[in-house]
Design a protein around this ligand. Structure first.
Ligand SMILES: Nc1ncnc2c1ncn2[C@@H]1O[C@H](COP(=O)(O)OP(=O)(O)O)[C@@H](O)[C@H]1O
Ligand SMILES: [Mg+2]
Length: 270
């Protein structure tokens, strides 16, 4: 571990959220830092999505504080949090079905748009140039996730994996400082997963702080800089991927065995 760790951009402390008697998230701390991928793993129902909802303002936590770049965002509504640079994707992709792939990504860029209805109805040359720049940026975002060839298709024409990549591109279009991805590899085949993995590494290299909830443990252990393990809403372990892989308590909670998580094979096996 390097001694020069910068302060986390996103810092959540003591997050708790109950649904009736169920403590879905119970006193969890989590951070995300620029140019790093921090993962949250844990069995189904461990509280991962509930934690994301609390961080992104979609469902307020019962307790705890969330700061973004030192600013308290705990009780802000989701659109204000997004405008401050924390953007999340959903476990189920939510594209605009009547818009093309490119238009879907364009819609994401308007988070930072200055023009109102007037600018849209009576575009000046300056507005037209700004629009053209947004289209270019959206195309670059599509290229980054390998979807440029599909820019004129509609979401319903895409394969499941492509839809997930579109969801990520929509998030990226807002140029987030922190990107929360909820199970981006769910339903992806091997080729799509490796395309996703490449995209994740590119997003990290661009300096974005990534917080990743993911079921594919091999993927998590390959790409993450830091892993937090939740179990029944509580923080079970937090550490480097190598340590998480070897931890018997993690193996027991997550896989129902005390054997360490098997190392991913480089031989292209399962
Ligand atoms: N809206 C809700 N109403 C009631 N219970 C919920 C709700 N959302 C989540 N839960 C419960 O909270 C726990 C954590 O769920 P969730 O955060 O979706 O877990 P994960 O994303 O890790 O699979 C589960 O027991 C789930 O049934
Ligand atoms: Mg979930």
């Amino acid at each position: 571990m390097s001694a020069t760790t910068s302060a986390p951009l996103l810092q959540a402390r003591g997050i708790s959220k109950s649904f009736g008697a169920v403590k879905a998230v119970d006193d969890v701390d989590i951070t995300a830092s620029p140019g790093r991928i921090s993962a949250v793993i844990g069995p189904n129902g461990a509280g991962k999505t509930t934690l994301f909802n609390a961080l992104s303002g979609f469902s307020a936590a019962d307790a705890g504080t969330v700061t973004l770049d030192g600013r308290d965002i705990t009780s802000l509504p989701p659109h204000r949090i997004a405008r401050l640079g924390l953007v999340r994707t959903f476990q189920t992709a939510r594209p605009l079905r009547t818009a093309t792939v490119l238009e879907n990504v364009l819609a994401g860029t308007y988070l930072h748009g200055r023009g109102g209805i007037g600018a849209a109805l009576f575009p000046t040359p300056r507005v037209r140039r700004a629009e053209a720049a947004l289209v270019e940026r959206s195309r670059a975002t599509l290229a980054a996730v390998g979807l440029l060839a599909e820019q004129d298709r509609y979401p319903d024409e895409l394969a499941a994996g492509q839809l997930r990549l579109l969801e990520i591109a929509r998030g990226l279009a807002a140029e987030p400082r922190v990107l929360l991805l909820d199970e981006p590899a769910a339903g992806l085949n091997k080729v799509e997963t490796s395309r996703l993995e490449e995209s994740l590494l590119e997003i990290r290299a661009s300096g974005t702080a990534v917080l990743l909830v993911e079921h594919d443990v091999d993927l998590v252990l390959r790409v993450s800089d830091h892993v937090t393990v939740l179990d029944f809403g509580r923080l079970l372990r937090s550490g480097a991927p190598e340590d998480i892989r070897r931890d018997p308590a993690v193996a027991a909670a997550y896989f129902g065995t005390e054997d360490p998580v098997p190392a991913p094979s480089d031989e292209g096996g399962a």
